[in-house]
Design a protein around this ligand. Structure first.
Ligand SMILES: [Fe+2]
Length: 286
């Protein structure tokens, strides 16, 4: 048995997480870069940069205003990789053709890339970690939808009626063409965020810089109807990102302490996270 496999005291299938050592081990990160990240589709920038990207990547393809790159010279078609995500996004009221590139952002986190994405993939932490967000979006497990696809994991969050009525203390006015929040993860490291309100979308990829250092690098896109709301929407996204940064950095410190070699997974609330961990394990040990 390999050293990586030996870290498993319990199988994922019995409701356990990946071993804590997998979030701090240089050999694990090297294997992830080689077997997962090097030859997969990832968001690479606005579509108008596709020509420049094609000089640096084996494969480049666009979908709407977005360009994606892969190190694989013969990747699966981009359309296959996107799966149901375009159809789900359309159902939110998002109109891809309405979007224009607005601005680039980067956020560096003192956490393993898997910690950052696992946090992205569950909203069990939302009521406590994101009070403003949770006044806007109904994060109750009975209302908050989780959808697993072959290469995607999506979260569909209804807007609270109190936020639409202008009452309560929602962080911004969510009325507009987009009627729900949608957060999509595309294996292995691309995420797409749409918030309720006028036409808005942010898309990012998560890149490991070390076992405990990750950079989230992404772009904001807005429609003309969002002109007066852009500052509020960006402030909202930045607030949630700052709350998540504090959370994932504390999770990373916990994992590195070695106090809990392997944790437990909540079967329903964390089913997207569990799927992500199975993919990582299968890529490294399969
Ligand atoms: Fe979060």
């Amino acid at each position: 048995m390999s050293a990586l496999a030996a870290a498993f005291e319990h199988p994922l299938e019995d409701g356990w997480t990946l071993p804590a050592s997998w979030y701090a081990d240089r050999d694990v990160l090297d294997a992830e870069r080689r077997r997962i990240l090097a030859a997969s589709w990832q968001y690479a920038g606005p579509a108008e940069r596709a020509g420049a990207l094609a000089r640096r990547h084996a494969s480049v393809a666009t979908w709407g205003p977005f360009a994606f790159a892969s190190g694989d010279p013969d990747p699966e078609p981009l359309e296959t990789w996107l799966g149901d995500v375009p159809a789900l996004l359309a159902r939110s009221g998002l109109r891809l053709e309405a979007l224009s590139f607005h601005s680039h952002y980067e956020l560096e986190l003192a956490a393993n890339w898997k910690v950052a994405l696992e946090n992205y993939l569950e909203c069990y932490h939302c009521p406590v970690a994101h009070p403003g967000f949770s006044r806007l979006i109904d994060v109750d497990p009975d209302a908050y939808g989780l959808v697993l696809g072959p290469t995607s994991a999506s979260q569909i969050g209804p807007v609270r009626p109190s936020a639409l009525a202008g009452g309560g203390a929602a962080p911004y006015d969510p009325r507009g063409e987009i009627s729900q929040a949608q957060y999509h993860f595309l294996w292995p490291s691309t995420t797409i965020n749409v918030d309720p309100g006028p036409q808005n979308l942010s898309i990012e990829r998560w890149v490991p810089l070390g076992t405990a250092r990750t950079i989230e690098t992404g772009d904001y896109f807005f429609g003309a109807d969002a002109a007066d709301a852009i500052a509020e929407l960006i402030a909202f996204g930045s607030q949630v990102a700052a709350e998540d940064a504090a959370l994932v950095e504390s999770v990373q410190r916990g994992l590195e302490s070695g106090a809990v070699p392997q944790g437990r997974i909540l079967p329903e609330s964390e089913k997207l996270l569990a799927d992500f961990q199975r993919r990582v394990r299968d890529a490294l040990l399969g």
